[in-house]
Design a protein around this ligand. Structure first.
Ligand code: 23J
Ligand code: MN
Length: 270
């Protein structure tokens, strides 16, 4: 068996487009450090620690020619992936290691609610918003990822601005409960990506059901990705996303490198 000339040509064309700049790679990953913001749940719930690390050696007696360190971090730290078993609705589903790689690469669509979120940090994405997007751009793609742009990535180097807590409530945008149900159960996407600390809105602990994006997506065997950057560089449709969590056995989630392949407008024909 050999690959068809057509498929060989297709990958060759992609390599050529990357080399020429006709297709660009956009890094959708936030830098991961001790300063990376982490979720803060209210009492009595446990919280994830921020990243910390200690040196094993740094070109010193413990390792004269090498530097390396040990990390402590939550599975759900920084730009990260939510696997189905993260949520009780998906407890019999996939851990991170079991997610088929085909589900981690697919078409991306971007719904831009950055103006709405700037005017109202509690902005909730609705089914009508998604239907309006679909009326303009076509149905959400099979095996694809819906990326919600809110402008929140600009706050990611400052925990207070990122979590935006006022009177004990985190004021960050996200889908409402009906929208989460619609996306998980009535569209062909496999995942949702957001710029905020979690796939659910800051106020979603008080929704019915609580944390509906987590409940509906992970319960449906779908996925989430958080704390994305640079969504402003993606077109509404026409890019491809690559989500690369660690293949962590029994992992409920994992920090991930997330990349997009984007057609370069300057290099596009005519
Ligand atoms: C646990 C409980 C609530 C939430 C989360 C985790 C996350 O956002 C997460 O990182 O999955 S909202
Ligand atoms: Mn998570």
């Amino acid at each position: 068996m050999s690959s068809s000339p057509q498929s060989l040509n297709l990958l060759g064309e992609i390599a050529g487009a990357l080399a020429s700049g006709a297709v660009r790679i956009v890094d959708l990953t936030q830098p991961l450090s001790e300063r990376t913001p982490v979720l803060q749940l209210p009492e009595p719930f446990a919280n994830t620690p921020p990243l910390s690390r200690r040196d094993l050696s740094r070109y010193d007696d413990a390792g004269p020619a090498w530097a390396w360190s040990v990390l402590e971090l939550g599975e759900h730290t920084g730009t990260h992936f939510d696997a189905p078993i993260h949520w009780i609705t998906g407890r019999d589903g996939q851990d991170v290691a079991s997610v088929p790689p085909e589900r981690l690469i697919g078409p991306a669509v971007v719904i831009d609610k950055s103006a709405e979120a700037a005017a109202d940090p509690d902005y909730l994405l609705t089914v009508d918003d998604v239907r309006a997007f679909e009326a303009e751009h076509g149905p959400l793609p099979e095996g694809g990822w819906l990326l919600l742009r809110t402008g929140w990535d600009a706050r990611a180097d400052d925990q207070d601005a990122f979590l935006n807590v006022e009177d004990g409530r985190s004021r960050t945008p996200g889908p409402d409960a009906e929208c989460a149900r619609y996306l998980a159960h009535e569209t062909a996407i496999v995942g949702i990506g957001v710029e905020t600390v979690g796939t659910d809105a800051g106020s979603a602990g008080g929704f019915e059901p609580p944390f509906p994006v987590h409940g509906y997506f992970l319960g449906a065997g779908k996925y989430g990705v958080t704390q994305l950057a640079n969504l402003a560089e993606l077109p509404p449709t026409g890019s491809i996303i690559i989500v690369a969590p660690l293949r962590l056995v029994d992992g409920t989630g994992s920090p991930a490198r997330v990349l997009a392949l984007v057609p370069s407008t300057s290099a596009s024909p005519t």
